[in-house]
Write a protein that binds this ligand. Sequence first.
Ligand SMILES: [Fe+2]
Length: 397
Amino acid sequence: MAYYRSVGNVPPKRHTQHRTPEGGLYSEELMGEEGFTLDSSLLYHRFSPAAIVAAEPWEPPSAALTPNLPLRARHLRLHDLAPGDEWTRHDAVTGRRTALGNADVRIGYVAAGKPSPLYRNAVGDECVYVEAGAATLATSLGALDVAAGDYVVVPRGVIHRWTPVGDDPLRLYVIEAASHIAPPSRYLSRHGQHLESAPYCERDLHGPTEPLLEDGEGVEVLTKHRAPSGVAGTCHVFAHHPFDVVGWDGCLYPFRFSIHDFEPITGRVHQPPPVHQVFEGHNFVVCNFVPRKVDYHPLSVPVPYFHSNVDSDEVMFYCGGDYAARKGSGIGQGSVSLHPAGHAHGPQPGAVERSLGVDFFDELAVMVDTFAPLQLGEGGLAVDDPDYAFTWAGGDG
Ligand SMILES: [Fe+2]
């Protein structure tokens, strides 16, 4: 995130004495990515950020993956993962179910009603899309108020806590990278500013605005981290509450971006999928499809052509409106479709004819394209619709 912010109490010169009102010294921490050659921030703590008093085993949600064999398109009904009032017993971290994953990215889902434990992901950045509900994301760099339609990007290693707000379930679609997540480099100038041609800009990105301080001793933080088996967990007990940062500055921080601030790029004929891109990580991209005027050539076909994305598996999460190309397939709000590399896909039977002459699509979907094949998590297997792969065979396409 090449976008500088300064929050709270920081000294005028880095790496110099920064004193508390009582005359003591704050602890300065450089938090940086890729060996301190990428984004970083300087944090000023009331206590030592290294002071832990215990490290205990913690079993994170199942990370087991099952190959997509025999290869076929999938439809996963994520809302079925938390039927009835089950969401009231889950939190946004330990209640996650893995739908799909590979070595580069994992896609999970949770409907939550309880505050989460303090948590940090040391495997990679998280991009959490808020499908429904509202929450406060408390972090060591400050808090964010988030609501439906927000992408919430939490950098690797940032300690945080999700607290649902209101009476409705907090529904989160969780994209966990094994790398960093950032705006696509082609949206940025050589020096990192968002270009005029990008579908969003710095004003649409919202970071913390003030420090968040909490008191406490012997505070547990769940850490998800890398392990020979892939992913493991540890519960670290901090001597003092890790929300002790009185000020920070730099380009590494959590932020939110609303899907409703994404300005769609449209044209006379169908625009290719890259115009919908929002973020990129190592070996995957995040795109979204938002309500928009559709193709306006007099003979245009508004729904997508059939396509073979030969290098990618495509994952669509249908999170609002009415998705024209998938009518008749059983897909609805909360559905995920997986269209794996290896065969073509496109509009469901009848969808092309129905789209002719339409000038607006009221659809909301988040897409993840991965450059390595995806496997199914235990959550995905639990809500798999076995008929979806064969729904194209019944009509005119
Ligand atoms: Fe597609």
